[in-house]
Design a protein around this ligand. Sequence first.
Ligand code: NAP
Ligand code: ZN
Ligand code: ZN
Length: 347
Amino acid sequence: MIKVKAYAAQSATSALQPFQLERRSPRPDDVVIEIAYCGVCHSDIHTARSEWGPTSYPFVPGHEIVGRVIGLGKKVKRFKAGDLVGVGCFVDSCGKCPSCKSHEEQFCQGHTVFTYNSVELDGKTPTFGGYASQITVKDKYVLKIKKGLALERVAPLLCAGITTYSPLKRYGVKKGKKVGVVGLGGLGHMAVKLAKAMGAEVTVFSTSPNKELDAKKLGAKKFVLSSTPENFELHAGKLDLIIDTVSANHDFSPYLSTLKIGGIHVLVGAPPEPNQVAAMALIYGRKHLAGSLIGGIKETQEMLDFCARKKVLADIELISAGEINEAYERTIKGQVKYRFVIDAKTF
Ligand code: NAP
Ligand code: ZN
Ligand code: ZN
């Protein structure tokens, strides 16, 4: 076992504090990674606070992990010491079911082993996330990162990047398409950059009037202040696709009104409570309400390569581990620009 410094929550109401955990020594197909940076996703906060159901404590969050290979199992051929690598939201799956065979391990019909608050395939060993100095991961679930990029700005691609890239790709975003992005936070700002890089015209819907200038700088053409209902009228029937990243309860109906006939409103934001939608908002115009969960390993690698090619990286605020609780409060208030990333040297 390898002793590793980390940060953990001990209960749904306690602040994150320093914690020591043990990672397994590498098995023949494992990669040992020295973590350089870990992004702070709103899912970390939902889970730390048991907002999606009871979490197992101690809980070590973090699934936007980048670092360097420092150890290898003897069967690993894809990596060598010093390689830059990433780990996202899951670290194992059955590998045999139809979902795994079709590169959608996030929907494994056996058991997707999520990076945190999950158990290994043995059904009992808990998983701990990337708010830590090291992690050991099976090589098939480790992503390759190209050299020459600002590594701290790559970290958020491992969740925020793939979660928004996947539905943009699935629904055919390209030049000539009009994409709406709801909520300008970690996922939202990546959705804007990625949709723009794919050639789309982007409209941002935000509750924060002070984000208008940023939305335009990130690549949006239009900005709609969503707290004023009349603002939606101007945009009625205009969009092909909406990526909804909002982390709190909201009514979908006004957004559906901005879709073209047959348009698609994809939920990636996962508010803990059920939301509202008027049936008529879907019926008139044959609209679709859909969901999307991160992406498989193959698609995540494709996204990382796309981002390297197009120079699409997250806009981040680098913090030390000791600043994590304050960062959570600012994220909940929608005040992060646009992703907190922890410098793993500070664990
Ligand atoms: P985030 O950085 O906190 O961004 C969420 C944004 O939603 C905020 O910046 C804010 O944007 C808007 N918002 C917040 N509260 C709101 C409210 N009460 N009403 C309307 N808008 C509000 O969070 P994130 O890390 O991007 O994650 C967003 C959500 O996606 C979370 O629920 C997270 O768990 C989920 N998630 C899902 C997946 C998946 O695979 N489906 C993956 C990762 C994360 P404005 O200030 O612009 O309004
Ligand atoms: Zn996430
Ligand atoms: Zn499977």
